[in-house]
Structure formats: C-alpha cells, structure tokens
Design a protein around this ligand. Structure first.
Ligand code: SAH
Length: 231
C-alpha cells in the first residue's frame, strides 16, 4: 500500500488510520474507492482536541468543542458513500463541527461549502483546512437549514446534525440528479435518509438505517431554547 502521509502525521498515526479503514470500513460495507482513499489520507487526529488524539482512530464518535461531536469514522464513510460523489461535484455540508467530514468530502469532490452555527467551531475548522493546505473548502457561520443559495445548485448535500424534518431550502438547492443525506427523527435517534431529486418536484426518499446525531438547530430544525420543539 502506498503511504498516505499528510502534514502533522507520523508512522504511528498512519498505521492507526490504515487499521481504522481496514477494520471499520472495508470490514463492513464501505466499497467506494474514492471514499476509502479519502479516509486513508485525511488525518482524523488533527480534528480533535489534543487530549483525544490517541482515540482519533477508534470506532467511535468523540466530543469536540461547544459540546458537539465528531462523528464515528464509519458513519462519515457511510454518508460519503451514500452521496455517490463525482470529482466534479459541488457539495454543501450543514454542520461543519470539527471540519473532519468536510475534509473527507473535499478530497473526493470539486468544492465543499460548509456551514456551522458556532463561530468558534467554524474558526477552528478553517484553521485546520489552512494548515492542511485544503483550498476547495469554504466555511460560513450561519443557519445551515436555510442552505447557501449563492452557491446552489449542489449535486450533493450532507447534513451532520439531526432534525425533525427535511428542510425545504435544502431540497430546493439540490441539482436535478442530486443527493441529500440527512438524519431525521427525534432528539434521541434518527433515520438516516437519502433524498434523490429526479426532477424539479420529484424527490425519492430511502431509509439507510438508524443513527444518533446532535440536534440540528435553526429555522427548519429544532428551536435553540428547547431542542425538542420546532421554531
Ligand atoms: N461534520 C461534523 C459533525 C459535527 S456535529 C464533524 O465531522 O465533526 C454537528 C454540527 O452541526 C455541530 O457542530 C453543530 O453546532 C452544527 N449545527 C447544528 N445545527 C446547525 C445549523 N442549523 N446550521 C449549521 N450548523 C449546525
């Protein structure tokens, strides 16, 4: 196997990452070569706090700043695979968090536009992308449930927080032939839904399984004061 070194990397981290990909992704149902290569290349330990770096390649989500989470590696791979990305795709992500999943998408697609509601997280993610030399990711602070109209249409949209409904602005901003992956359900548990847009008003929904994400908070999500209720 060729060495997939990146900045801030070491033989130890590379070995951990190869083990993660082998056991947690290929050992399950991840077969998309572009996703596998991206997961081998992007240093996940760079996206967590220093005291969590030794756990970065474990089969688990981890806590990040602002009481949010970096998703489990397998879930990131599963969502990226479900998006069916092409190298020319324009991608929107809602919920930048640590920046890890945006980094994964950015090694596969042409452009990634990612929105985060916490300024501090957006700032940290931007810094990480700059340090890694990733130039095709744009980060914005705001309410991602409204999408990013200036950059639409998107061939793929990934929402990495769980909402009560599929936000209409997101399906509106999806290109014909585009795919949207989003956890939908209550606060405790959600269905991972894939929406395919086959024509302007034709949406096909599939259930990819049960997942647990932090709440999607915004105009088309849960309300900030009580995340169990709609705005
Ligand atoms: N993709 C991230 C996962 C972060 S957890 C990663 O790889 O680390 C989900 C993130 O969604 C949190 O950081 C949370 O603050 C953010 N979020 C929740 N509601 C949002 C909204 N309406 N717009 C933008 N970001 C939102």
């Amino acid at each position: 196997m060729t060495k997939n070194y990146t900045k801030d990397d070491s033989d130890v981290r590379l070995a951990e990452r190869e083990w993660m990909v082998q056991k947690q992704l290929i050992g399950r149902d991840i077969t998309d070569r572009a996703v596998i290569n991206s997961m081998l290349t992007v240093p996940r330990h760079v996206y967590v706090k220093e005291d969590k770096q030794d756990y970065a390649y474990y089969d688990t989500a981890l806590e990040i700043e602002e009481s949010q989470t970096i998703s489990q590696p397998y879930i990131v791979a599963l969502m990226a695979q479900a998006l069916n990305l092409k190298a020319s795709d324009n991608v929107l992500e809602v919920g930048t968090g640590s920046g890890y999943s945006a980094a994964i998408l950015s090694r596969i697609a042409a452009n990634v536009y990612t929105i985060e509601r916490h300024e501090e997280l957006a700032h940290l993610a931007k810094e990480r992308f700059r340090n890694q030399g990733y130039e095709n990711i744009e980060v914005r602070v705001g309410d991602g449930t409204l999408g990013w109209a200036e950059k639409a249409p998107f061939e793929a949209i990934l929402v990495t927080a769980g909402g009560p409904i599929i936000p209409e602005p997101l399906t509106d901003q999806l290109a014909i032939g585009g795919r949207l992956v989003i956890p939908v359900g209550d606060k405790g548990e959600q269905k991972l839904i894939r929406v395919k847009k086959t024509a302007t008003s034709d949406l096909i929904e599939e259930n990819l399984g049960l997942v647990r994400f932090v709440p999607l908070i915004g105009t088309e999500g849960w309300s900030e004061t009580n995340p169990r209720h709609l705005q």
